[in-house]
Design a protein around this ligand. Structure first.
Ligand code: FDA
Length: 378
């Protein structure tokens, strides 16, 4: 194992243990050598759900749920830690992580993965990894990366099935002074390149301090590029109202649960409350005139989305499902085979820290997989 990889594992485990002492048992269960012994995630989730519904959580299950929540919060803190990012991002991405969640480091890798997914009947949205840039040059480089990528997709004849997802913080939103204007200008150039290539852009949503700014930039972009997609996060209290605002004809809205660490003042903390909020938001979007994009791997929410589409006489193709690259690929293929529009979110690039840590926070099994891949030499 290289020095960078050892440092990376040290930062992740050290961060978890320092910030959340008393979870040694849980971490032992996540240790890389045990990863393959884990029960299949779906069966485990189902068993826990049905026990919980009957009020029969197994002894220790409450404690484990509590620990999972603590680990999630700690990992989400680490995802915004510059110090942790600097150490871990220096580790070369090991092949198994690349294969599972990230298309690769180059635009060519992203194009190859996209061609493969489109060949299997799925659609794609591509994310150039990176966020929270602190220098204008980085923001310009991100814009250029998207413009180059869109040219390559066009050349490869893939723009019918592939669009791009853009984080405004990666194109300058957080720069001091006129960061918002810089992000708008860069996003506009990406929208122009997408339009010229025959495709669209969706603006990812980041933490709640950026929501108003992002929706403001969305409005400006939609004046020239009405097909620009929005993302709304069900965990924010404000989102049901935002769904009502954005559920108009031609409006593409991706609904996700939300992946950042948010305070109780602005967001539901309890998973069950987030799920209920997701359903309320989905009802608004499915009943509206816009184009809902159901971004979730949650089997219950996928079933509910399908039932709501039927209730509102929506034909297949007037809404779509979206999932992350590497997560529930069989379900992705099943939905596509059923004639549903199924879009896969494909990240590429070398700045994978924030993205990977949010995936680990969502699913402990991903943390085990990640630690295992960092410690493996293959
Ligand atoms: P959740 O993580 O609660 O999982 C629910 C259930 O789904 C699990 O119990 C399990 O059954 C199944 N499941 C989940 N992960 C699994 C896995 N790895 N393997 C097997 N089963 C699994 N967030 C954000 O804040 N801003 C954004 O712009 C975006 N953009 C975005 C785009 C797309 C296309 C997606 C799919 C997601 C995002 N997100 C996001 C992330 C989103 O907010 C959320 O954090 C993740 O999608 C995880 O939430 P789920 O809805 O999948 O459910």
């Amino acid at each position: 194992m290289g020095l960078h990889s050892q440092a990376a594992i040290g930062v992740i485990l050290g961060g978890v243990v320092t910030l959340a002492p008393g979870i040694g048992g849980w971490l032992r269960a996540l240790a890389p050598r045990r990863a393959t012994a884990a029960r299949p995630p779906r069966a485990e989730g189902k068993q826990r759900q049905s026990r919980a519904r009957c009020g029969m959580l197994a002894p220790g299950a409450d404690a484990r749920l509590e620990e999972a929540t603590v680990i999630r919060r700690v990992l989400l803190s680490l995802s915004r830690s510059e110090q942790a990012r600097d150490v871990v991002a220096a580790a070369p991405i090991s092949r198994s992580v690349v294969k599972r969640f990230i298309a690769g480091e180059s635009a060519a890798d992203a194009v190859l993965t996209t061609a493969d997914l489109i060949g299997s009947g799925r659609l794609v949205t591509i994310d150039h990894l990176g966020e929270d840039v602190t220098e204008l040059g980085q923001a310009e480089a991100t814009r250029d990366a998207y413009v180059t990528l869109l040219g390559l997709l066009d050349e490869a004849g893939l723009t019918q099935g592939a669009e791009v997802s853009v984080k405004l913080s990666a194109v300058g939103q957080a720069l001091p002074g006129d960061g918002e204007k810089i992000a708008l200008d860069h996003a506009r150039e990406i929208c122009q390149a997408a339009d010229a290539a025959g495709t669209t852009v969706t603006l990812d949503m980041e933490d709640h301090t950026t929501t108003d700014s992002t929706l403001g930039i969305l409005r400006e972009l939609r004046a020239d590029f009405p097909q620009t997609g929005a993302v709304l996060q069900a965990y924010l209290y404000r989102t049901e109202a935002d769904c009502l605002d954005l559920a108009h004809a031609g409006s593409r809205v991706r609904l996700c649960k939300g992946a950042y660490k948010e305070p109780p003042a602005v967001a539901f903390q309890d998973k069950a409350d987030v799920d209920k909020a997701y359903v309320r938001c989905l009802k608004v979007l499915m009943a509206g005139e816009g184009y809902p994009m159901v971004a979730s791997h949650d089997p219950r929410l996928i079933d509910i989305a399908g039932a709501l589409a039927v209730r509102h006489d929506r034909a297949k193709g007037t809404y779509e499902y979206q999932m992350l690259h590497g997560v529930r690929p069989d379900e992705q293929r099943r939905l596509a085979a059923d004639g549903e529009k199924m879009r896969v979110y494909v990240p590429y690039g070398d700045d994978w820290w924030g993205y990977m840590v949010r995936r680990m926070a969502e699913k402990p099994a991903n943390l085990a997989l990640f630690l295992k891949s960092l410690s493996s030499t293959s």
